[in-house]
Write a protein that binds this ligand. Structure first.
Ligand code: G3D
Ligand code: MG
Length: 203
């Protein structure tokens, strides 16, 4: 009887857990974005001072709960020598957030080439993709209307998947909430192909 009740209790409290990769060139704002996401979705979370965010060498992880769905973020280092590690995580992930520094016109083509290499990976086929034109608070940055056509050029690589390009400022939190809620809906729709892991709190 205990086993039956315990099994039922576990069933009631278990949550679906999904992994989301945060990718983009170094300095795009990935770690700042992860901090902003944790701040928006975690009650009482005390955000790290942006001045204390240093270059990511390995992996930053963070978990948030969006209306009962657990998202496990993996913020990977974006420097060229670290990009070769990204594909080790592709098969495991349920969605990708790709962050573009909209204020850096000099590196936008490098970012686009990196993006194309990423979406060409067969291990990511069908995975929902949120592209963020970040740093929109910086005057004279490229707006969505400039960034979108650049990242939309290779529609054949994007294939049949949910994709959205949104404006954000990870620094002041603008657009963070909307993007994550859109992504959660896509992840749930895609969960037949990429099922969640079940997470049981405190068991
Ligand atoms: P990364 O993890 O992609 O390498 P970081 O990038 O999150 O470390 O951010 C790199 C720099 O960009 C940081 O500035 C950070 O404050 C800044 N940044 C990130 N997002 C935004 C944004 O939306 N707006 C503005 N204005 N700046 C942003 P520093 O000066 O610490 O290098
Ligand atoms: Mg970082």
């Amino acid at each position: 009887m205990y086993t039956l009740l315990h099994g039922f209790y576990k069933y009631l409290i278990q949550k679906d857990e999904y992994c989301v990769l945060i990718l983009g060139l170094d300095n795009a704002g990935k770690t700042t974005y992860l901090e902003a996401a944790k701040t928006k979705f975690t009650k009482k979370y005390k955000a790290m001072n942006p001045n204390r965010i240093t270059t990511t060498v390995g992996l930053n992880i963070g978990k948030i709960d969006v209306d009962g769905v657990l998202l496990n973020f993996w913020d990977l280092g974006g420097q060229q020598e670290l990009q070769s590690l990204w594909d080790k995580y592709y098969a495991e992930c349920h969605a990708v957030i790709y962050i573009v520094d909209s204020s850096d016109r000099d590196r936008v083509s490098e970012s686009k080439e990196t993006f194309d290499r990423m979406i060409a990976s067969e291990h990511l086929s069908g995975v929902p993709l949120l592209v963020l034109a970040n740093k929109q608070d910086i005057p004279d940055c490229m707006g969505v209307h400039t960034v979108k056509p650049i990242f939309n050029q290779n529609a054949h690589l994007i294939g049949a998947r949910d994709i959205m390009l949104m404006a954000t400022s990870a620094l002041n939190g603008d657009g963070v909430d909307e993007g994550i809620r859109w992504l959660v809906d896509c992840i749930k729709r895609n969960s037949v192909d990429r099922p969640p892991r079940n997470h049981e709190d405190n068991l």
